[in-house]
Design a binder for this molecule. Sequence first.
Ligand SMILES: Nc1ncnc2c1ncn2[C@@H]1O[C@H](COP(=O)(O)OP(=O)(O)OP(=O)(O)O)[C@@H](O)[C@H]1O
Length: 267
Amino acid sequence: MALKKHEGKTVMYTAMGSEWRPFGHPRKRRPISSVVLDQGVSERILRDCKEFISNPTWYMDRGIPYRRGYLLHGPPGCGKSSYITALAGELEFGICVLNLSERGLTDDRLNHLLSMAPVQSIILLEDIDAAFVSREDTPVQKAAYEGLNRVTFSGLLNCLDGVASTEARIVFMTTNYLERLIRSSFNKTRRVDLKEYIGWCSPYQIEQMYLRFYKNGNARTEALEFAKRVMSFNKNISPAQIQGYFMFHKQATPKDVIENTKLLWEL
Ligand SMILES: Nc1ncnc2c1ncn2[C@@H]1O[C@H](COP(=O)(O)OP(=O)(O)OP(=O)(O)O)[C@@H](O)[C@H]1O
């Protein structure tokens, strides 16, 4: 009955104290194709998740914990969170979201939350670099964490090891600062099975985003021209910026959309 009610929707959970609570009403699933990643990235992640979910006996037979860890890294606004939420919908999973820079999140609380996460849900740990304040960090970086009861590096590793279940346990981790993870040797600890860069737009992504927004007869040719213009500035651009630009030009002609590209960095 409850399942029927949530059909076609994604249940999002947030941590309240030591429990997971549904956050707002279940959301209508976002189609995974509406989050435009670079060529092949989404397909690789989706294939890996599906393969994992459909092979529990491989893990059981070998006595290996039935869990899989993913790391998505890259600048803000490039679609990490949106993609993981859309992926949860595609897999018919819920999603438990926890930001590791959250005030008051300790190793114990993290451990408890991870062990209590609802079945058939992706655990999303955002900003995991928050657990990696190192001796080399600048005073400004250190000050940001001062006084916080925070998750420690060894605490995070233990918590990730503890995440095991007879149900498929999928943990996604995100960071804007891969270099901090590398400095802390997190990448050598083997808690991540698949790592992907979700970065600034490639020409392919710009074209695809244009085609999702504008559907007129000449859209293909226009998409190519638009991507060419954007790339000619030789500046990084995020999908969030492209999306904002298209929203701003909702009623504009294709000519204006193509010609105003310098506004992309000003809106
Ligand atoms: N690749 C993308 N395709 C389509 N829309 C995108 C994409 N990336 C970002 N957006 C849009 O931009 C907004 C911000 O994206 P999102 O929060 O997923 O970025 P993020 O990479 O998780 O950022 P952060 O690192 O700050 O958490 C959302 O409204 C989302 O729809």
